[in-house]
Design a protein around this ligand. Structure first.
Ligand code: SF4
Length: 313
């Protein structure tokens, strides 16, 4: 039934990591003090209209602390919480983590890999913040460590990307993914469901485009409107341009999306989880990601469906 060797109805990230490393692996989030060309003026100063990095950055991450200290504190935090994990991936999440010169990138990532509990790095960035020289460096690291570059793609629709002030188009994302994959580096992508002007039908139609991308992992987030962002102001004045998902509707939708998705992709996330105090509107009360995942898996079971069931190559 499934192209993967386990009982879950989708290609789950936790199983993927266990199969890859033979043990439980956790991510330790690092804030290395990068900025973003969409904020520092190179492309724009306003940033993406939905962006507030503080909303998804754990409190123990602060660029005032060295990478070494953040890793040690992150490991200690996780060891208290998930006692079974003994190996970690350093997850560079905040802002654009390839937006620096090569010398600085080497200083930062080599430092992260000095800790012998760190078996790889996860690098979140924009698709316009990589080039051949940087990717060659990451490709060399990838010969002995796990390296994945996760690109914020967000939408396949260039009108949307322009409207949310992303500062790059979809073709830039495709080019970055192709270059990265060609260099032998793992690739990930992040998409948002709910950006203004888009519809459920449009997102479902993307499954064909996305399934053809050179991707290992994929993350989906429902749009979460964060207080004090441009998007919160837009939502206040034009709520009718947003498709705000009800919880059960979102469960049905992501299942339909997964059914059409390439069955070889590893789904890392079905939804985002911003602390409620940051949210301008909160449709889903206090539901946690693991509760949502249970709902999705139970519903898949009830529908006797799975990732890729309706995938057409
Ligand atoms: S690229 Fe990322 S960090 Fe930069 S403004 Fe957009 S969401 Fe924020």
């Amino acid at each position: 039934m499934y192209p993967w060797n386990h009982q879950r109805r989708y290609n789950a990230y936790t199983e993927y990591l266990k199969a890859l490393f033979g043990q439980r692996v956790q991510k330790v989030t690092i804030n290395a003090g990068f900025t973003c060309p969409n904020r520092d003026g190179l492309i724009s100063v306003g940033g993406c209209s939905y962006c507030d990095n503080a909303a998804f950055n754990p409190s123990y991450c602060h660029p005032d602390k060295s990478i070494t200290q953040q890793i040690e504190e992150g490991i200690e935090f996780h060891q208290n919480r998930y006692r079974r994990a003994n190996k970690y991936l350093a997850y560079f999440q905040a802002y654009s983590n390839t937006y620096a010169d090569l010398k600085n990138l080497k200083r930062i990532y080599n430092q992260a890999l000095e800790n012998d509990k760190i078996i790889g790095i996860v690098i979140g960035t924009r698709p316009d913040c990589v080039d051949e020289e940087k990717l060659s460096y990451f490709a060399r690291l990838a010969e002995s460590k796990y390296v994945i570059i996760e690109y914020g793609i967000e939408s396949c629709n260039n009108n949307t990307l322009q409207a949310i002030n992303r500062g790059h188009d979809f073709e830039t994302s495709v080019k970055a993914l192709e270059m990265t994959r060609k260099m032998g580096i793992h690739t990930g992508a992040h998409f948002i469901f709910g950006l203004p002007g888009e519809t459920k039908e449009e997102w479902l139609s993307w499954t064909k485009i996305i399934s053809g991308l050179p991707l290992h992992t994929i993350k989906f987030h429902q749009l979460q409107i964060i207080k004090n962002t441009v998007m919160a102001i837009q939502f206040k004045s034009h709520p009718e341009t947003f498709h705000s998902f009800e919880l059960h509707e979102y469960v049905d939708f992501v299942i339909a999306f997964a059914e059409r998705l390439n069955p070889h992709f590893i789904i890392e996330r079905f939804a985002g989880e911003v602390p409620p105090r940051y949210l301008y509107i909160n449709n889903w009360d206090l539901i946690r990601n693991d509760q949502l995942l249970c709902m999705i898996e139970k519903q898949m079971e009830n529908q006797n469906t799975w990732q890729g069931k309706y995938y057409i190559q």
